[in-house]
Design a protein around this ligand. Structure first.
Ligand SMILES: Cc1cc2nc3c(=O)[nH]c(=O)nc-3n(C[C@H](O)[C@H](O)[C@H](O)COP(=O)(O)O)c2cc1C
Length: 197
């Protein structure tokens, strides 16, 4: 049987492993690089999409992703900041689910720092005309900025989503017995518990 990891029966170790995997996902390609972000649709129904994890700050319990101000997700977060994020790494046999509140940053210091750190090929996406989600008469009936100077105009549409985790759920799959744990942070402080898988 596969050897069990050090965090297997260690509640705090499970939390540390979840943050470690998220940090790794933000740094480079891994199972946690492109999680799913859920928002609440304007009609109250759930909305889900893949996003790239751009940054993680475990001390602040925040995760950072980027989006276009004209996208549905930006409008949904502006209307209701409650979001959820899901990541699963099949190799690590680890699922992490996060729930919390998201804040949108545009045209501020947070957005400028993220924009400056972005690669030119990423910045170009924010200059799409017409905006994301607009119905098109043909698949290719949209335009992208043709050079870096034109791409700079996309900054006005660039938004940084900062998600602050209020709850993190950890699930590790093992033949010897799965391990599931829940971590919550609220006005009363932090709490953690094992859960039946
Ligand atoms: C691998 C992958 C990574 C993606 N990363 C992002 C991202 O970081 N930000 C983003 O807004 N959309 C990203 N998308 C596109 C979204 O999944 C989605 O199709 C698009 O943003 C429209 O979503 P919305 O209409 O719910 O706003 C990504 C899609 C894939 C397949």
């Amino acid at each position: 049987m596969t050897e069990l990891p050090a965090f297997y029966d260690d509640l705090e170790g499970c939390l540390a492993e979840a943050w470690r995997r998220l940090e790794e996902g933000a740094a480079h390609q891994s199972g946690f690089h492109a999680p799913a972000l859920a928002t609440i649709g304007r009609d109250g129904a759930p909305r889900l999409r893949t996003v790239v994890l751009r940054g993680v700050d475990r001390a602040a319990r925040t995760l950072r992703v980027h989006c276009d101000a004209r996208s549905d997700k930006a409008a949904e977060i502006a209307a209701d900041p409650r979001v959820a994020l899901h990541a699963y790494d099949a190799k690590a046999k680890l699922q992490v689910r996060i729930e919390g509140a998201a804040r949108l940053h545009g045209q501020d210091a947070v957005a400028r720092a993220a924009w400056t750190a972005s690669r030119p090929m990423s910045r170009i996406c924010y200059g799409t005309i017409p905006g994301p989600g607009t119905p098109l008469p043909a698949g290719g009936a949209y335009a992208l900025p043709q050079d870096e100077a034109a791409a700079e105009a996309g900054f006005s549409e660039f938004r940084v989503v900062v998600l602050t985790a209020a709850r993190l759920e950890f699930l590790y799959l093992a033949r010897q017995g799965h391990r599931r744990a829940s971590f919550t942070w609220d006005g009363a402080g932090a709490s953690a518990t094992w859960l039946a898988p």
